[in-house]
Design a protein around this ligand. Structure first.
Ligand code: UDX
Length: 446
């Protein structure tokens, strides 16, 4: 009999994990406290844009024609407790309002709601990104509140999925990290991940704190790489160097590697910025804040990128945004996602709007979310409509759609052929040939 798995929390992480577990052959029950989300998922609809996820859901959600029926959803913890042999906790841990620390209230509530229904031996597996030390605390809380006592065991198994590649990253993880305190927990996790393990995914077995730290340390490292190359972009700009060539040449050194060296307006999203800050806050609580003071610099280099983009745009339109039209291509924090959380693109658009510019935004998938966050910006339903009459065009999220734009066609619509490439992703030669003044961050102007 395949294992029965519940997945608690059906956001990016949970919805993808639930569908992936069904794909791997398990019986899965997804739980969320928001009934509207559950109704959508039960119809096979995904509450966000994530390539491949809807197809995966429709292949498994019970009640959809031709599905395996292995995946169902509920809002009831009682049902989840009775159903699952392994419970994955995938709720979010956002940044606390006005503080660096992360808000553990969703995780704590999920554990508190589930525990009273754990009457037989079970494994609860934490996947959320949490401050180091949380798992040990939650294990005690679980054992105290579950009727099964210590037989309701905890494991920590962080998730490394990237938005836009969530399905692929979940089905073919580049490593599986298991923080466990017993052989039984390790065996159960090996059973859950038997398919990726057979395909060669490395399995790292460790203790709770190390497992929790792998996630935050990985995200801090990625953020550091991005801010490092962005610091080099600042130097290149001052010295007339080319950060794109520099990154290419650095990347040939295998010890450095090519990935995460794309200079631009910096990182955003629901993970890197808040994980960085929560990591610093936790180091402070542990009395080792000096170990991570460099992350403060990583964060400030990153935030400086947004301000720099605004300055370049203001300079391009003659020193003031008043009476100027600014077209913004891209609203999401990265391409292939509809997520606008802490999006550098929208932040730049918002700053320009606040400084009196008339901003029109276009994004292939993020318009609905962007409108909700920034209702006062202008929105257009195509790149051509967005750039009409523009004094400057800003390319702020590197969707492939923007690389395919015809600079000549756009050139006929704008007021001035000026483009600032905030992601170093367009072909400068192509735009300049069509008569545009093309400028990118950290690259020579002409
Ligand atoms: C990240 C981690 O990559 C993932 O492992 C973790 O599980 C969750 O956080 P994600 O937030 O989906 O994933 O985005 P990611 O692809 O890491 O990009 C983050 C940000 O960095 C984006 O805003 C992106 O535009 C920016 N970025 C990325 C750069 O500016 N330059 C780069 O070279 C790479």
């Amino acid at each position: 009999m395949p294992l029965k798995i519940t997945v608690i929390g059906t956001g990016y992480l949970g919805a993808t994990h639930a569908a992936a577990m069904a794909e791997l052959g398990f019986e899965v029950l997804g739980l969320d406290v928001v009934p509207e989300k559950i109704e959508m998922l039960q119809r096979g609809e995904v509450p966000m844009y994530e390539p491949g996820l809807e197809e995966l859901l429709r292949r498994h959600v019970a009640g959809i024609e031709g599905s395996t029926g292995r995946l169902r959803f509920t809002t009831s913890y009682e049902e989840a407790g009775a159903f699952g042999e392994v419970h994955f906790v995938c709720v979010n841990t956002p940044q606390k309002h006005g503080e660096y620390a992360c808000d553990m209230s969703y995780v704590d509530s999920a554990f508190d709601a589930l525990a009273p229904h754990l009457t037989r031996p079970t494994l609860v597996v934490g996947k959320s990104t949490v401050p180091v030390g949380s798992a040990a605390r939650l294990a005690k809380r679980l054992a105290a509140a579950a009727p099964a006592g210590e037989a309701a065991e905890l494991a920590w198994n962080p998730e490394f999925l990237r938005e836009g590649f969530a399905v692929q990253d979940t089905l073919h993880p580049d490593r599986i990290v298991a923080g466990v305190t017993s052989e039984r927990a390790e065996e159960l996790l090996r059973e859950v991940y038997a398919t990726p393990l057979a395909e060669g995914s490395p399995f790292v077995v460790t203790d709770f704190p190390t497992a929790e730290l792998v996630k935050t340390a990985a995200n801090a490292f990625l953020a550091t790489k991005i801010s490092y190359i962005n610091a080099m972009a600042e130097i290149c700009e001052a010295a007339d160097g080319d950060v794109v060539k520099l990154a290419e040449a650095l990347g040939h050194d295998e010890r450095i590697g090519k990935k995460f060296l794309r200079a631009g307006i910096g990182f955003g999203g629901g993970c890197l910025p808040k994980d960085l800050r929560a990591f610093m806050a936790r180091a402070g609580e542990l009395g080792v804040d000096q170990a991570l003071t460099f992350l403060r610099e990583i964060d400030s280099i990153n935030m400086r990128r947004r301000g720099h983009m605004v300055e370049l745009a203001r300079e391009a339109v003659g020193g003031s945004f008043l009476g100027k039209r600014v077209a913004v291509l891209g609203a999401t924090f990265k391409p292939d996602s509809d997520d606008v959380r802490d999006s550098p693109a929208l932040n730049v658009a918002g700053q320009i709007h606040l400084q009196g510019g008339q901003v029109t935004v276009y994004d292939p998938k993020g318009m609905e979310n962007a409108r909700r966050v920034f209702p006062t910006l202008g929105y257009a339903d195509s790149p051509l409509a967005a750039v009409r009459g523009a004094d400057v065009v800003l390319h702020l999220t590197e969707w492939s759609e923007f690389r395919e734009l015809d600079p000549a066609e756009l050139g006929d619509a704008v007021s001035e052929r000026r483009i600032l490439d905030g992601r170093n992703a367009l072909d400068p030669g192509l735009w300049r040939k069509a008569g545009w003044t093309y400028r990118a961050l950290g690259r020579p102007q002409a």
